[in-house]
Ligand binder design. Structure first.
Ligand code: CAA
Length: 705
């Protein structure tokens, strides 16, 4: 029993003989908010003042040691004691402080552990400094202590990648002193051993071994600086992280900390930090649907996947990674063998790249089986269909699923644009049918659109959201329309890009401008990666419904007619050497563009990079507003998360609607109105955008509703 339960402190204290156990207890993730920081200082004071206490053991309750600073406090004035002070007090404590880590020790959580005198990590725990993902750097001495503990190279990797270390890696690097199986039990054993051996305190700030080889430290810093422009293009905090590491190597600890504090403050005040924090919170909010509380959530242990093509095999991998038993169904033995070998190839690659051990890969594959019989899906809790995009083919699959799957199973289609309601309608259980729209490559892409037809049961939707989190995906609910949220917006900004192309901008200029804004790739590069034939098929499909007033730019069709589909055919908007994914500009493409401009009677005009980006984003923002007005997207943050997690929108700009708020909706509307003079059919300002401007409101105000 705790002898000093203090829920108001976000921690509680226990005693085991002469050891004071401090258990961080601030659900859900033991963030180090004000009351925890105060509680920690009080515990340290108690330990110092009570003679019977000889050592402190720091533990976390639940699944986390501590997930760092409380991010909800970032929008408020900072209140003392700051975490920096708490860490300094831990380190200067005259009685040994031992941190025993189970679960996540992230950001400030790891900084607390690094300030302790000894560290133990339980197998399965994760130790990281992910502040860079929030546009920050460690602000409580972490950049200085980490360099002294594990050297500049490893510390830079930890802080610049944001990737956590496993307990084993942490031991190997010297971040922790030993591994354990149970934080409390092994932590106490360790503490007693240290006391018995009269080890005393060992302060990370006073460690000098790692710094001794100054040439090695400098080489690591130089290497990181060289990578800055390519690896961290556009980002603010990485350069400051490197500066902090340099300070750690060159300056005394106190001066280094002072320098770090100043850089942390700069990050905290930066627009990038605010945008990245918004992105973090928006992703979590997107997974919370307003109408799902209190519903019975399905438990998933067995999944079926229909279709073993690239998408189906990728989805099977995603399911295996989440420890589900997977049955892959194909229409015949040959296709099945091909599908299964795609999954096996994925794991072969992971093993050969040393991302997974051969034993772990074998364990995953042991959970996979193949079949050509629908009856083998009778016990599946969930089935995802990923056959080719044809309504009749999908309906045939769903008829089979309806007659073979157990009651309560969730039946999902991975369609990118077909009407899920029309697929559900062929079953006797339309309430169990939804869309799960994965993005390619499924094991890599984080976005999962949960497509909700009107008949879908609330339990089914809620269960799909929980499943998505288990699969490690970012779920976003979308209603039904052609393309759902993501592809519908993409088709509009792509049209804006094509119009600029015909009017005078080169595809290379457009790609460069869009990349310089921060997108991972430009629209023409993406077309080459995805395959120009796919977008061509979509254009042909839509041709019949196309408004005759709509401006239709035919340049992409001319490329496709030559068989130039992009990377897979060695030629598209760019040219590719055999076996290379690196595209080079192609004068033949520019010739086609010039001919098509002539044919369309367009006199090319120059475009600046700024104008390109303005048009590209205005198209995106306007369509996002349309989706909100139609109720396809529930909240502006849903649109932002789709573009961030699935379409390479620069995370440090928060998403298109967040960005629109920042530049001002009036400016966006002004742009659209100006562009409308040349093409009123395409540039129709969204009524929602007009209303927000008239009322002086922002998209953010709709998130809050
Ligand atoms: N502060 C406050 N709340 C936090 C939090 C934090 N640091 N980290 C997570 N949460 C909240 C989430 O917002 C979420 O809240 P809701 O339930 O209201 O949505 C809840 O905790 C659970 O989080 P997840 O859904 O993300 O849970 P998970 O189990 O999937 O992941 C996690 C847990 C790995 C800890 C993940 O939440 C995470 O990565 N958190 C951020 C960690 C981080 O970036 N820490 C650095 C903070 S900056 C810092 O520490 C600077 C410094 O040096 C002073």
């Amino acid at each position: 029993m705790p002898d000093n339960h203090q829920p108001d402190r976000g921690l509680h204290l226990e005693r085991s003989g002469n050891i004071l156990i401090v258990i961080l207890d601030n659900p859900p993730v033991n963030a180090l908010g004000l009351r925890v920081r105060r509680g920690l200082l009080a515990a340290l004071r108690q330990a110092q003042s009570e003679e019977q206490i000889h050592a402190l053991l720091l533990l976390g309750s639940g699944k986390n040691f501590a997930a760092g600073a409380d991010i909800r406090e970032f929008n408020q004035p900072r209140q003392p004691p700051l975490l920096r002070e708490v860490c300094d007090q831990i380190e200067t404590c005259t009685k040994p402080v031992i941190a025993a880590i189970a679960g996540n020790a992230l950001g400030g959580g790891l900084e607390v552990a690094m300030a302790a005198h000894y560290r133990l990590a339980v197998k399965g725990s994760r130790l990281g400094l992910p502040e860079v993902n929030l546009g920050l750097l460690p602000g409580a001495g972490g950049s200085q202590r980490s360099v002294r503990l594990i050297g500049a190279e490893a510390a830079l990797d930890l802080m610049l990648s944001g990737r956590p270390l496993s307990a084993e890696q942490a031991l190997e690097l010297g971040m922790v002193d030993r591994l354990g199986l149970d934080a409390r039990v092994d932590g106490l054993v360790y503490a007693h051993e240290l006391l018995a051996d009269r080890c005393g305190v060992r302060r990370s700030s006073e460690l000098t071994t790692r710094l001794a080889d100054s040439a090695a430290q400098q080489a690591a810093i130089d290497a990181a600086r060289t990578k800055l422009p390519t690896q961290f293009r556009g980002l603010f905090s990485p350069a400051l992280i490197i500066d902090c590491v340099a300070a750690a190597c060159e300056q005394p600890f106190a001066a280094g900390c002072q320098f770090e504090a100043a850089q942390f403050q700069r990050c905290l005040a930066s627009p990038q930090h605010r945008a990245l924090l918004y992105a973090f919170q928006a992703e979590r909010a997107a997974a919370k649907l307003p109408d799902t509380t209190g519903l019975a959530i399905a438990a998933f242990s067995q999944a079926g996947v229909i279709g073993g093509g690239t998408m189906g095999a990728g989805i099977a991998v995603v399911m295996l990674e989440a420890d589900l038993q997977v049955t892959l169904l194909e229409r015949d033995e040959q296709s099945l063998a091909a599908g299964l070998s795609r999954v096996e190839e994925f794991y072969r690659q992971r093993v050969s790249k040393k991302r997974l051990s051969a034993t772990a890969a074998a364990a995953r594959l042991a959970k996979l089986r193949g079949t050509t019989e629908y009856r083998d899906l009778a016990t599946a809790d969930l089935v995802v269909e990923a056959v080719y995009e044809d309504l009749a083919a999908k309906q045939a699959v769903f008829r089979q699923l309806d007659s073979h799957c157990k009651p309560g199973a969730i039946l999902a289609s991975n369609t990118s644009y077909l009407d899920i309601a029309a697929i559900a309608a062929v079953t006797n259980r339309p309430q169990a049918v939804i869309g799960l729209h994965f993005f390619s490559p499924a094991p890599v892409m984080r976005l999962l659109e949960i497509v909700v037809p009107p008949q879908a049961a609330a339990e089914v939707i809620a269960s799909a959201v929980v499943l998505a989190r288990r699969l490690g995906k970012v779920p976003v609910r979308t209603g039904i329309c052609d393309g759902f949220i993501g592809n519908r917006i993409m088709s509009v900004y792509r049209r804006a890009a094509e119009a600029m192309l015909e009017d005078g901008a080169s595809p290379y200029q457009i790609d460069t401008a869009v990349r310089e804004f921060g997108f991972a790739m430009g629209p023409f590069q993406i077309l080459d990666v995805a395959g120009g034939d796919i977008a061509w098929a979509t254009r042909k499909r839509r041709a019949a419904q196309r408004d005759p007033q709509e401006r239709y730019v035919q340049i992409a069709d001319r490329l496709c007619e030559q068989g130039w589909f992009g990377q897979k055919s060695g030629r598209g908007w760019y040219r590719y050497e055999p076996g290379s994914n690196h595209g080079v500009q192609d004068p033949a493409v520019l010739e086609i563009v010039a001919r098509e401009r002539e044919r369309a009677g367009v006199t090319p005009r120059p475009f600046s990079a700024e104008e390109i980006v303005r048009r590209y984003l205005a198209a995106m923002i306007n369509e996002g507003a349309n989706l909100l007005a139609e109720g396809i997207a529930l909240r502006p943050l849903d649109v932002d998360v789709v573009l961030l997690a699935g379409y390479g929108f620069p995370r440090y700009r928060g998403g298109p609607l967040y960005y629109a708020d920042k530049i001002g909706l009036a400016r966006v509307l002004d742009d659209i109105t100006t562009f409308a003079a040349e093409d009123p059919q395409f540039w129709r300002p969204s009524p929602l955008l007009i209303r927000l401007v008239e009322q002086g409101q922002t998209f953010a105000s709709l998130n809050a509703e």
